[in-house]
Design a protein. Sequence first.
Length: 376
Amino acid sequence: MTEPEQNGSSRTRSRFWQSASGFWRGATAWRVWALCALLVIVVVLQLYVQFRFNYWNRDFFDALESRDPARLRGQALLLVPLCVGSIALAVTSVWGRMTVQRRWRDWLTGKVIDYWVEDDRYARLAAVQSEQQIPEYRIAEDVRIATDAPIDLALGLVSALLSAVIFIQILWTVGGDIALPVGDHSFRIPGYLVVGVALYSGIVTTAMMTVGAPLTRLVQIKNQAEAELITAAHELRDIGEGVAPQGQRPEVCRDLRSALRAAIDQWRRLCWQLMQTTIVSHGNSLLAPIIGLVLCAPKFLSGAMTLGELTQAAAAFTLVQASFNWVVDNYGRIADWMSSLERVGGLLLSLDRLNRATPPQQAEALSLPAGSVKLP
């Protein structure tokens, strides 16, 4: 990305947050923050259940290894409350997350529409620049993505950080040290499973950041092409309904086919990019559990690790690796979010240029006064 493009992206992102952050301020915004606090508590409880599942996994396979029917029955009974608790927490998480997303989208969409309609800006927007002639798509679709994704990503990041802290301790404790022979000497690595997961995650994250760098820009261009296709179709419908003269039909049909070709071309470019990122993400999903087992195998074969500890450590390795590679697993979602965020910010900047009474750098048309955040 060139320096002018970086500066433009910075301005659009700043303009988006200048407006969208109003939802999180004010005297009544405590309701939203209270709901977010509840979601964090749910995340912590989900991790606790996952932690208990990790130890259940160890105890279950140890009972299998020892062929102890009583222990197996005890583990089978323990599985029921763990499953019920996990399902209840998952349902609560979906309700809380989508409630916050719905309210934020409703608030921001209403403010963007008000700003767009005020002073007939919707009618004058076409004179600013051609790229901004499709505000309907940005209001309907991009605002949704721009308000949905941050909630999901924030909760996912909190979960990943806490999960890494919790399960690294299991890796360190269960895995212990390992001695590697080097010539006539041995080289001891303390907490070798933690070292292994850190090295592996670093390699995968670096690969994804390198391969997926153009993804955000490609998603943004694809979204613009889709919006232009919708606009071209609307123009043809206007002719059919008598809103526009019939004489424009040949030109509009050519524009529609041209917009379709452009949209398909952008999908093709995005497809090639996603194929590259899929190589990294899917390869990682296949390799991570296997690498955990391979690293644990020497200690299991030497008798220093039980079958239950082997499965426990391998599961913890996969969880820690997923936490470290949170960016890898969410790279496509982040790219979609950044694209929509910039498109909404670009629309707001264009509307600012029409706001002749207030300079763009001082325009805060979507920001509410303190205490005016209204929740449905």
